[in-house]
Design a protein around this ligand. Sequence first.
Ligand code: CA
Length: 741
Amino acid sequence: MTRFSPCGGRRASLRFLLLLAVSSNAVAGGTAVDAARLAAAGAETSNWIQHGRTQDEQRYSPLTQISGANVKDLGLAWYLDLGTKRGLEGTPLIVDGVMYFTGEWGTAYAVDARSGKLLWQNDLKVDRDRGQYGCCDIVNRGMAMWNGKVYVGTFDGRLVALDAATGTIVWDKLTVDLARPYTITGAPRVVKGKVLIGNGGAELGVRGYVSAYDAETGDMAWRFYTVPGDPSKPFESPILEKAAATWDPSGKYWEIGGGGTVWDSMAYDPELDLLYIGVGNGSPWNKEIRSPAGGDNLFLSSIVALRPETGEYVWHYQTTPGDGWDYTATQHLVLADLEIAGKPRKVILQAPKNGFFYVLDRASGELLSAENYVHVSWAKSIDLKTGRPVETDNSYKTSPVYQFPSPMGGHNWQPMCFHPGTGYVYIPARELAMIYRQDDTFEFNPKFWNVGMDVMKDLTVPAWLDREIVKKVGAATAQGFLLAWDPVKQKEVWRHNSETPWNSGALCSGDDLVFEGTGRGYFDAYDARTGKLLWHYDVQQGVIGSPITYTVGGEQYVSVLVGWGGAFGMSFGFSSNTRESPSTQGRLMTFKIGGAAQLPAVDRPRLLPQPPPETATSEQIDEGNKLYHKYCVYCHGPGGISHPNLADLRYMSAETHQVFDAIVLGGSQRERGMPAFSDTLKAEQSVAIHAYLTRVGHRTLEAEQSRDSTWTSVKHWLYGVMATVADWGVRLIAWFKNAAD
Ligand code: CA
């Protein structure tokens, strides 16, 4: 039995078990969702028929059966093991007693929402080789529903319509050029009979767009490109000609792609008949490479309003002009009607990665207010007259810059929620910095990351360094919290420290409740007014799914997908999910008052395999260390330490050591999501990486064998002190930088 189970965890046989029809009380797909029903979804208190529950994407349910008084009695009603170890980010849908949701790669499921019984499952035969193009795990965030069909965007770039009753495919359209590293992780939306879907891939290098397909036939209706393409070809729309004037063609951005992917957020206002899309970062991140003469590089990091019938541009607001830091504006868009300065305003709310909370007039795109919701060092403020940031000295052209927020964002894709009762927005927020450092040796590699930054250089710690110190300091310098934010006053109301920087989406419900899961492996409920923790439930591993609530048969339930992963979960998962032995079973978990179901105990033996003897030179090990932190770290974590949901390369078995090249170069674990690196790495480079990991294995074994000694206890105490000092150091640097600006 090998410990090398990097990516997947689904048994191969499941791959061929495309469809599972099981009889049950609940009947899938029995009702038709149409435009009127989507627009009036707020009145269907039992259901959650679209991604944000209502078209304004507030993720608020007025249900009050689970209340502040009894939430302490919430218990597990049922759970469903999904046989995956990868990240589960999805929002389930509820239509009349049936729950529909997506798992890894875009696998679609329907279950009886009262019992958890599987009604059908379809893995959509997603091409596992496309796993190599995932920046941030093989995740999927959800589905859309329309006229007896559910719609899923698959990781390999297809948009698929399934019969909601049976899970069989009705139509299946490729939405991307497979020659480019596109992926889909976002949930589609349906507006006026058209299915809208974007895509991702801006870390590797693609050109972003959103497309609309006829919900019945799957024929493409329109496509809106967010960035200009090859200047030797005609512009696809008049607005792109204007956008092109904000780019420097000497950067040849179109060869890498330019970026601007629409990989997550969308919202629709039926009254104004406007579709809003959130646009991502540039490809490459490094603006000096992408557009050397500068420029705003429209429509990177922007909120864009479109006509849903035609894809015609209406207005845009750019949050980070000329983005050079992966500051996407793909974060959750919430529509709300607020009274601002004594006047009722139809607004759009966003807390994008760049750390500022924006309130825009959603009819015109006018900026009404913007304040930083987390610590920010790249800009001092947003000028309300010009709508532009007042930037600090943040250039990395000549020297690296230590900057808040990091590419993980002050807030990432994890949806926030808006509670109409309190008037507050609840943001799964974080404070985390990164050193932005130019990659002086950058060369475009069409199969791998092309950010133009030396992202991991500062994490390439020497092979001799104790891994514990990496874990402790990593954990101490990253902060995460649920933030209650007043969007009218643009002020923090309360924050609850999640103890980890990477947590779940938020759910607002009646009687002033807010739910959030944490990277520590708990699912929590808070008093939405005060932030008081009212309920705390152990779900055995870090949770990043997006919770929902609904009723069946008059009883209220709360559901969440539990499966650790995603961008931070993979690259720094160890620093967040610090349990000795977390569960690695991806699950759908559903709670009700008095629920008495129990999760099975986590039974994962602690393995201490003996690494093979070291035969490599120290030069080879050093080279392997550098290569590891260039190519492997995004999934396996600094120093070979990852969460057990991925292969923790410190504990490779004797067998894995033997077949290392077959896995890394030959792609023998491709089905489980570990791509072949034969296009990227030479044979001697694979040998060097193996030599480095062998060294790490020996160091880990030595540390584990002495873990109960007094010296180890003293050492770990010292590391704790160092971590606290590092944490304070980070804060002081940020404080001084702020003061200096
Ligand atoms: Ca990005």
